[in-house]
Design a protein around this ligand. Structure first.
Ligand code: NAG
Ligand code: NAG
Ligand code: NAG
Ligand code: NAG
Length: 344
């Protein structure tokens, strides 16, 4: 029997059982009948069901994309689904999926033996944490949150109100994913001077001298120095290189470190105000420090500098209010008792 002759309800059921939007679109292209069911009034039902399976929890995405300054972030919003909303859902959902992929690499970075793919439930928890962290960032890491107001009690309690909506387990998952983002920021986007030094040494083991930072900007070393002349941006050979190669940290590695311990710590704190999509953008498209700086200048302003992210301290505040200890929660996530991949 041709599938064409199935009743509409059955065809709708087939659509509803598909795992993602791409399959639904593909199926709708197979025949007129499927096409017309897909583009019938059932369309939004089908789309929301497949989007839930692929990117869910949809409700959390909706909280994120419908947030605006007219309402506190912790008030749950109910909005009717529309095609425009589904479009935003897909965009946000795809970002969360990339964090699903990143998670195992950072979580079990040195612990190779434990590294594995995430289960369906764990993926769901990564996405949920990403949407919630993203909302936190959108609502509280903005130009009206300048450095001096971060600890004002009323400001703290507004931030805390959002986190109070979540159970301790869910907060631990957010903390877990936040640590993954911190790792990406700390090591991939804004590597410390020390990290650049170590990487340089493993890449160029024959160079007898260590790497110097920024010094040559003021005092170009003699030609016999360990850094080839071609590494200077203003040298003719460097320009030639950059025309033929992707920009690389190794053209001028001394200029690529983001400072030593304390300076580096505060840089990372500042940078973690960026949202999950911006962090991935920097990781994937801005290999050079100058590019990262230019991007931040473009998306943020004065308020951004010297003004660390506030999720971690708000979480500590909320955990204390519930009679717990942040250190314990941190340790439970570290030891795999809580968090995305933590025991149920
Ligand atoms: C802000 O959000 C509220 C509630 O979701 C909505 O009714 C309102 O239209 C939004 N305002 C703007 C300017 O988008
Ligand atoms: C910026 O932050 C303030 C204070 O947290 C908040 O009330 C406001 O809604 C935020 N602005 C936007 C556009 O989310
Ligand atoms: C979040 O908390 C606010 C009040 O603090 C409440 O109005 C809202 O319903 C809560 N939402 C959830 C999902 O718990
Ligand atoms: C997060 O907050 C806790 C409690 O205040 C603190 O001990 C910890 O060092 C913070 N983590 C980071 C990475 O700043």
């Amino acid at each position: 029997m041709a599938l064409e002759y199935l009743p509409t309800e059955i065809i709708t059921q087939i659509f509803l059982s598909l795992p993602d939007i791409r399959s639904a679109a593909a199926l709708s292209a197979t025949s007129h009948r499927f096409h017309s069911v897909f583009h019938s009034p059932q369309n939004l039902v089908i789309l929301s069901s497949t989007a839930e399976a692929e990117f869910g929890p949809l409700d959390e995405i909706i909280q994120l994309v419908t947030h605006n300054a007219s309402q506190p972030a912790h008030i749950r919003r109910k909005v009717p689904l529309s095609t425009a909303l589904i479009k935003q859902v897909v965009q946000v959902g795809r970002v969360a999926q990339r964090w699903e992929e990143t998670y195992p690499f950072k979580k079990w970075k040195s612990d190779f033996a434990s590294r594995r793919l995430l289960t369906t439930d764990e993926r769901y928890r990564v996405r949920r944490a990403v949407y919630r962290l993203w909302l936190f960032s959108r609502a509280f890491h903005n130009a009206s949150n300048i450095r001096t107001c971060r600890s004002i009690p009323s400001v703290v309690s507004t931030r805390a109100a959002l986190l109070h909506n979540f159970s301790l387990r869910e907060l631990a998952e957010m903390y877990d994913v936040h640590q993954i983002m911190r790792e990406v920021m700390r090591t991939n986007i804004c590597p410390s001077n020390g990290r650049m030094r170590v990487k340089y040494q493993s890449r160029y083991p024959d160079q007898p001298h260590g790497l110097m930072f920024n010094i040559h900007l003021n005092y170009p070393p003699a030609p016999s120095s360990f850094i080839p002349e071609s590494w200077f941006h203003n040298s003719p050979t460097a320009n030639l290189n950059s025309r033929h190669h992707q920009p690389s940290r190794w053209l001028d590695p001394g200029a690529e470190g983001w400072g030593d311990d304390i300076t580096h710590y505060y840089v990372v704190e500042d940078m973690l105000k960026l949202d999950p999509e911006q962090i991935l953008h920097l990781r994937d498209h801005c290999p050079l420090k100058a590019q990262v700086e230019a991007y931040v200048k473009e998306v943020a302003g004065e308020w951004f500098i010297n003004n660390g992210e506030t999720f971690n301290e708000t979480l500590a505040h909320v955990v204390r209010q519930r009679g717990g200890e942040m250190e314990e929660l941190g340790a439970a996530v570290e030891e795999g008792e809580m968090g995305v991949a933590g025991a149920e």
